[in-house]
Ligand binder design. Structure first.
Ligand code: SF4
Ligand code: SF4
Length: 435
C-alpha cells in the first residue's frame, strides 16, 4: 500500500473541550487511576493533534454528533486507557471503541496521517482478550468464527440457509442476519477458452475466501471470465478457506494471524496476481505484511490485487458491449480507504458503453455493514443503512454497484438490487463483443 500524501488543509483550529469518556489524561478530574501495561504504540497514539478534520468523514459521528462516536473522541479514549486514567473495559470507553465500524474513512482525510486502523485493531483485540464475549453471543462467536475457517462447515450452513429460504423458515432469523436475496449453491466452471489473438499473460488466481465462495460464486466466475478475456489463465485453486478479515475486525487477532499464515502457505510455489473480488478481504490480505511482519508476508501482500488493478479501462472499452443501465455506485470503504483504489473501479465501469453510474452525495460514508458490525451494533448499523438508503434514493438509480459482499448484503436489506463490478464487466466483455 502506498503512503498517501498529506492533504492540503487550512491551519487546524484549537481542539474543543471534549465531552464523554474524555477528561484529559492524568488530571485530577480522572475518576480513578488504574495501572495497566501500555498496549498502544506510543508514536501512533501521539500522532493525533485532535484537530477534528476527520469528524465529518466518520459515519458514526454523523449519526449522533457525539465526540465519543468520532475518531477524535475514540483516540482520546485510547489515550485515557493508555495513561491509566480509565480501564479499556470501562463501559464508556468500550462503547466508544466498539461502535467504530472500522471503515477507516478518518485515515483518508487525516492531515497527520494517523493510522487509525492499527490503533482500533489493537484496542479491539485487547478488549476481546480481557472481556471475551460470553453467553449466547460468545457461543455464536466461537461457532461462527470456527465455521468461517472451515469450508465444509460453511457449505453445510449455507445449504441449511437455502433450505430454510425454500421453506420460508428464514423469517425466524433476526433481520440483521437474514439474507435479503435467495442463496444459490453454484459450482465453479473450470477451464477457460481464451479468445483468439489475445496475448497469453500466465496464471491469475481468483481468491475464493469463505462467505464469497459460498454465497457469491457467480462473482468469482465473472472475475475468471474477465481475466480470461484479456489473456490470463484464471485459476480457482489453491483455495485456502478464509483470509481472516472478519476475525481481525472482531479482535480475534491470533486466529487472524493463523489464517493469514495458512493463506500464504497455500499460495507458496505459485506466481502471478492473486485477484480478490471482496474489498474487505483484499484490504486484509494487502495488510498481511503488516499483520505478520515477515518478508514472506510482505511479498504475498504485493501480489494481492483488485480486478481494477489488473484490467485497464482501455481493455474494457475495446471489448465491451453496451449495458443500458443507470446504477448508483457505492465504493466499499475497504476498497477506497484501505486499498486506496481511488477511482480505478469506477473508471473501469465507465468504460462500458451506455452504463451510467451515479455516486450518492454521501459516497464517503459507510453503509453500516462492517463485517459483523451490523449484527453486533444493530442500532448504528440500521441508522447507517437508513442514511445510505436515503442517499441512494436521491440518485434516482434503480440498482446499486458494490464490490464487497458485506455491503451488498447490507444494502440489499433496504430492497436494492446489487451488481458486483466484476459481473457487469463480464457481461459487457463476454466473447462475441466488439474486440
Ligand atoms: S485523527 Fe487526524 S484528523 Fe482526526 S483529530 Fe486526530 S489528527 Fe485530526
Ligand atoms: S474507522 Fe470509521 S467509524 Fe471508526 S472512527 Fe474512523 S471514520 Fe469513524
Amino acid at each position: 500500500m502506498t503512503t498517501p500524501e498529506p492533504i492540503d488543509r487550512p491551519t487546524p483550529p484549537e481542539p474543543p473541550a471534549v465531552p464523554g469518556p474524555s477528561a484529559p489524561p492524568g488530571t485530577a478530574t480522572s475518576p480513578h487511576t488504574v495501572t495497566e501495561p501500555s498496549i498502544f504504540d506510543a508514536d501512533l497514539l501521539a500522532q493525533c493533534v485532535q484537530c477534528g478534520f476527520c469528524l465529518s468523514s466518520c459515519p458514526t459521528y454523523e449519526v449522533t454528533h457525539l465526540e465519543e462516536h468520532g475518531p477524535r473522541g475514540r483516540i482520546l479514549a485510547m489515550r485515557l486507557a493508555d495513561a491509566g486514567d480509565l480501564p479499556l473495559t470501562d463501559p464508556d470507553v468500550k462503547e466508544s471503541l466498539e461502535t467504530c465500524v472500522q471503515c477507516r474513512a478518518c485515515e483518508l482525510v487525516c492531515p497527520s496521517l494517523v493510522e487509525f486502523g492499527a490503533l482500533i485493531e489493537t484496542a479491539r483485540t485487547e478488549i476481546a482478550r480481557r472481556e471475551p464475549p460470553r453467553g449466547l453471543r460468545g457461543l455464536a462467536h466461537r461457532v461462527g468464527f470456527f465455521a468461517l475457517a472451515r469450508r465444509s462447515w460453511l457449505r453445510a450452513g449455507v445449504a441449511g440457509l437455502a433450505i430454510m429460504q425454500l421453506l420460508r423458515l428464514d423469517r425466524v432469523l433476526p433481520d440483521t442476519v437474514r439474507p435479503a436475496r435467495r442463496v444459490r449453491l453454484r459450482e465453479l466452471r473450470r477451464g477457460y477458452q481464451r479468445p483468439r489473438g489475445i496475448r497469453t499473460r500466465g496464471p491469475a488466481y481468483v481468491f475464493r475466501g469463505c462467505v464469497m465462495d459460498q454465497m457469491f460464486r457467480a462473482t468469482h466466475q465473472a472475475v475468471a471470465d474477465v481475466l480470461g478475456s484479456i489473456g490470463y489463465d484464471p485459476r480457482f485453486e489453491p483455495a485456502p478457506p478464509c483470509c481472516g478479515a472478519l476475525h481481525t475486525h472482531a479482535g480475534r487477532e491470533d486466529q487472524a494471524r493463523g489464517l493469514a499464515q495458512q493463506t500464504i502457505r497455500a499460495y507458496a510455489g505459485t506466481e502471478g496476481p492473486i485477484v480478490v473480488d471482496s474489498a474487505g478481504c483484499g484490504a486484509a490480505m494487502k495488510e498481511f505484511g503488516h499483520l505478520l511482519g515477515t518478508p514472506e508476508a510482505e511479498a504475498f501482500s504485493a501480489r494481492v490485487v483488485d480486478l481494477s488493478e489488473v484490467v485497464t479501462p482501455a481493455e474494457v472499452a475495446a471489448r465491451a458491449r453496451p449495458i443500458p443501465l443507470e446504477l448508483a455506485y457505492q465504493a466499499p470503504c475497504h476498497g477506497r480507504n484501505v486499498q486506496r483504489l481511488g477511482d480505478l473501479p469506477l473508471a473501469l465501469l465507465r468504460a462500458i458503453p451506455e452504463l451510467t453510474l451515479i455516486e450518492p452525495d454521501d459516497e464517503h460514508l459507510c453503509c453500516g455493514s462492517g463485517g459483523i458490525y451490523s449484527i453486533e451494533q444493530p442500532d448504528f448499523g440500521n441508522a447507517l443503512l437508513e442514511k445510505k438508503d436515503a442517499s441512494l434514493q436521491r440518485t434516482g438509480a434503480r440498482g446499486v454497484v458494490s464490490g464487497n459482499p458485506g455491503c451488498a448484503m447490507q444494502i440489499a436489506r433496504a430492497g436494492w438490487e446489487i451488481h458486483h463490478p466484476a459481473e457487469l464487466l463480464a457481461r459487457a466483455m463476454r466473447p462475441g463483443g466488439p474486440v
